[in-house]
Every structure is written in structure tokens, then in C-alpha cells.
Design a binder for this molecule. Structure first.
Ligand SMILES: NC(=O)c1ccc[n+]([C@@H]2O[C@H](COP(=O)([O-])OP(=O)(O)OC[C@H]3O[C@@H](n4cnc5c(N)ncnc54)[C@H](OP(=O)(O)O)[C@@H]3O)[C@@H](O)[C@H]2O)c1
Length: 427
């Protein structure tokens, strides 16, 4: 028996029928999102125009929907929802900011563009009355931005840590669990489509640093430029590091960490040796995870596919459903966390390994030492070093050193370092 439809339902069906959206990009994510809508009767005809770049590519879209001119979406008054899924950061910034200036509702997955322009884009959203949603930009199908913006809109968070990059987690899983070399594991990741032909953004940790910057706005109400995040990647990984992890029965993860304490937030993207009991330890291959420590909810962990056509397309679709309902991110914490100090100096316990010909790691400006090892080829040192010095050292030596956190690494303020130990510390 068919039930009579309420006024609200009828209104909703009418709205659904009249959705006209413009899609920029028809690559991995754009095509995945398009196919999700095509397989759903409600949204099948909602895409009015698809703008792409290369006029020579053959695509499975009707010619009547296809365009190469951004103004076919931006200047079309019938299109009030713009979905931006292109790979060019500057063009994406232009498209998103122009659409917001026209008061349109905008969905983007472009993490690099967001990380560099988030504050300004939120201003445009507020000034012109549009909406900006970007769930797909962080950890693909894990709905972390919605969780932070809605469930945790007011509750104080102590920390967020996680695996925000599938390519590096795939490589590290293969290297640790299957004894593959770094270069073979990278090649496999490339042939499976996880890693780009130029993997720099993933393996040097830039990609997760963009995501950390975006998460910081929702979790702690702060705007952080990606350059301000302490970052080192996995491209310097060598056999000694892998043996060190195995000897201790540790996993190795590229860990994003945002820690908040007494009005200070520290943000880092660093390789980390983790205990088997660490929530990150069992997240294997290209999967992502986010672990939240909240004042009242305590620990929560969310895991899933961090990339790919359908997982990321699913996050864009979820944004579409929310944007049709005029749901926006409330940014409650932006209003309360005005005076937070971001990445002030402090001391952190790290492992630094280098080839002997390049650097004797014991010569670095350690504040407190725990261990030093040297053989014919390599040497490593474990101890506390200042965050400022660590940033400088990573920049100077880049992939000719390997830096990692230890399972008991924590950041200490200057006063917590015991000067007596400094004076007497010996290897
Ligand atoms: N891949 C993932 O799993 C994933 C996950 C999360 C977030 N993201 C983000 O999603 C976005 C898209 O990534 P993707 O992997 O789908 O990229 P992709 O496969 O390289 O596709 C990029 C698309 O952008 C189009 N394009 C580039 N510049 C354009 C311009 N100026 N105007 C119109 N179209 C333009 C390209 O057009 P042509 O087809 O004509 O070359 C192509 O269709 C990026 O910001 C990425 O960081 C991706």
C-alpha cells in the first residue's frame, strides 16, 4: 500500500528534482562521484555540467553535459551547487573562491588548496552566504570532519592522532610485514594506483600535513599553515631502521599528531615506532585511521579507506546530501580558541639515524640522551631535542637521515628537562 506523502516529503522531492550541480574534474574522484550519482535514481540527472581540461580525452559522459570552460558552471545561475574535484591547486582555489563569492554552495576534496586558504574561504562563506563542505579532503571515506564539527563541536579534545596517508602506510606495511624493500613497495603502490608517479607529496609527509592543518580548524578552532607543522617523511628509511623496529617488536607508521594542553597545540607528521598495543599498529596497507582523545567521550577510533574513486566519491556524495539540506559546519571552536599557542618550542624524544659519512647523530644538539649506536655504515641516537632544532635538522638533511618518534615519546616544555641530566649525559 502506498502511504500518502506529507507536505515536507513532497517539498523534498521537488527540491531533489530541481538540483542542478556543476562538477569540475572527471578523474579518479570526479568519475567515482559521477558513477555513484548515476546509479541512484534520485541524483541521476542532478549533474548539469561537467568541466574538464583535456579536450582530447574520450569520456563516458554525454557531450551535452561536457564543457572546457569554467564559466559554464561559475556563471550559470541555474547551478547553485559546485563540486570541485580537480588536481590543480591554483585553479581549484580560483574556482572555489569565485563560486563562494557568488553565494554558491561548494564541495571540494582539494586538501592542499584548503590547507593553504581555509581561513579566507570560511570568511567568503560567511560574507556571501554560501556553504563550503570538504569531508573528502581528509581520510577519504572516514567522516572525520563531520564528527569533529558536529559531534565534537564543543567538547574539548586532548589529542588526535592517526594515519592520514594510504600510500605510506601501504609501503610501511609491506616493508615491515613482508620484508619488501622500500623501492619495491613504492613501485607496488604505484602500480596499484595508490601512489602517484611523483610520490613526493605522500612519502615526504606533505599530504598528511595538509590534512592535519584542515583537521586543526575543526578539532581545535585554529588555523595552521602546513609549513608550520613539524614534518618528516619516510623516504630516508633504511634497513637499520626496519631492523630496529623488528628487534623491538614495534610497528612503523607515518603518524599525524595534534596534541592540546594548557592553551598550546602541537602538530606533527613524523614516522613513529609504535607498540603492538597502539591503536595505529594494526591499521595495515592503504587504510587510514583517526584516534580521538576527548575529555568525556575518552578514546574513539575511526578507520577505513582513505582514498580511491568510490570511497572518496562516497564522502563527496555525503557532502552533497548535507549541502542540499543547507547544513554547514558550525566552527564553534573558532569562536572560543582565539589565543591558542601553536607549536611553541619544547623538547621531544626522537630517534635520528644517519649514514656515518653524512652525519654523526651524536653531534646534534641533544638536550637529554638515552642511547647511541654506531656500526661500519650507520649510526643512530635517541634522546630529547628541541622542536625548533628538529625542524632545522630535518630541513637540512631531508631524506639522508631518518627521524622517528618512540612509543613513549612526548613533548616536554623547557622546564621539564632536568639540567643535571644534561650536564652528565654520556653515551
Ligand atoms: N584520488 C583520491 O583518492 C583522492 C582522495 C582524497 C582527495 N583527493 C583530491 O581530489 C582531487 C582530485 O583528485 P583525483 O585523484 O581525482 O585527480 P585526477 O585523477 O588526476 O583527476 C583530475 C581531474 O581534474 C581535471 N582538471 C585539472 N585541472 C582542471 C581545470 N583547470 N579545469 C577543469 N578540470 C581540471 C582533469 O581534467 P582532464 O580529465 O581533462 O585531465 C581531471 O579530470 C584532488 O584535489 C585530490 O587531492 C583525491
Amino acid at each position: 500500500m502506498l502511504l500518502p506523502k506529507s507536505g515536507h516529503m513532497l517539498n523534498k522531492i521537488k527540491i531533489m528534482k530541481s538540483i542542478k550541480l556543476g562538477l569540475f574534474g572527471f578523474g579518479c574522484v570526479g568519475k567515482g562521484f559521477y558513477e555513484i550519482l548515476q546509479s541512484n535514481a534520485t541524483y541521476k540527472n542532478s549533474i548539469k555540467t561537467v568541466v574538464v581540461k583535456d579536450q582530447n580525452k574520450i569520456r563516458a559522459i554525454e557531450a551535452s553535459r561536457l564543457s572546457y570552460d569554467k564559466n559554464d558552471i561559475l556563471l550559470d545561475e541555474e547551478i547553485d551547487i559546485v563540486v570541485e574535484l580537480i588536481d590543480n591547486t591554483d585553479d581549484a582555489y580560483f574556482i572555489v573562491s569565485e563560486a563562494l563569492k557568488k553565494g554558491k554552495k561548494v564541495i571540494t576534496a582539494n586538501k592542499k588548496m584548503l590547507a593553504n586558504h581555509l581561513e579566507e574561504l570560511i570568511q567568503l562563506e560567511q560574507t556571501y552566504g554560501g556553504i563550503l563542505l570538504y569531508e573528502a579532503a581528509v581520510c577519504g571515506s572516514i567522516p572525520i570532519i563531520n564528527i569533529l564539527q558536529h559531534y565534537y563541536q564543543e567538547e574539548n579534545l586532548e589529542s588526535i592522532k592517526g594515519i592520514f596517508n594510504g600510500t605510506t602506510n601501504y609501503i610501511l606495511t609491506k616493508v615491515i610485514k613482508e620484508n619488501l624493500s622500500y623501492s619495491s613497495a613504492l613501485q607496488q603502490a604505484q602500480s596499484l594506483g595508490f601512489a602517484e608517479s611523483d610520490p613526493t607529496s605522500d612519502v615526504e609527509g606533505f599530504d598528511p600535513s595538509y590534512k592535519a592543518a584542515i583537521v586543526a580548524a575543526s578539532a581545535f578552532g585554529i588555523f595552521v599553515k602546513p609549513d608550520n607543522i613539524i614534518r618528516s617523511g619516510i623516504s630516508g628509511l633504511q634497513l637499520l631502521d626496519i631492523e630496529y623496529a623488528k628487534k623491538n617488536n614495534w610497528e612503523l607508521k607515518l603518524q599525524v599528531q595534534l596534541q592540546s594542553k594548557n592553551g598550546v597545540v602541537w602538530l606533527s607528521v613524523l614516522p613513529a615506532f609504535t607498540n603492538q598495543t597502539d591503536p595505529l599498529a594494526n591499521i595495515a596497507f592503504e587504510n587510514n585511521t583517526v584516534v580521538i582523545q576527548a575529555d568525556y567521550a575518552k578514546e574513539q577510533q575511526f578507520s577505513g579507506k582513505g582514498a580511491g574513486d568510490f570511497p572518496t566519491g562516497s564522502a563527496v556524495w555525503s557532502d552533497l546530501i548535507n549541502i542540499i539540506d543547507n547544513k554547514r559546519y558550525p566552527y564553534k571552536k573558532l569562536k572560543t580558541n582565539q589565543n591558542v599557542l601553536i607549536n611553541p618550542d619544547g623538547f621531544i624524544k626522537v630517534y635520528v639515524r644517519s649514514e656515518n659519512g653524512i652525519l654523526d647523530t651524536s653531534d646534534l644538539p641533544w638536550q637529554e640522551l638515552e642511547n647511541h649506536f654506531k656500526d661500519k655504515l650507520d649510526n643512530y641516537t635517541i634522546g630529547y631535542i628541541s622542536l625548533k632544532q628538529l625542524k632545522r635538522i630535518i630541513k637540512k638533511y631531508n631524506s639522508s637521515i631518518f627521524v622517528a618518534l618512540l612509543p613513549d615519546s612526548e613533548i616536554k616544555l623547557n622546564t621539564a628537562i632536568k639540567t643535571k641530566e644534561l650536564e652528565t649525559a654520556r653515551f
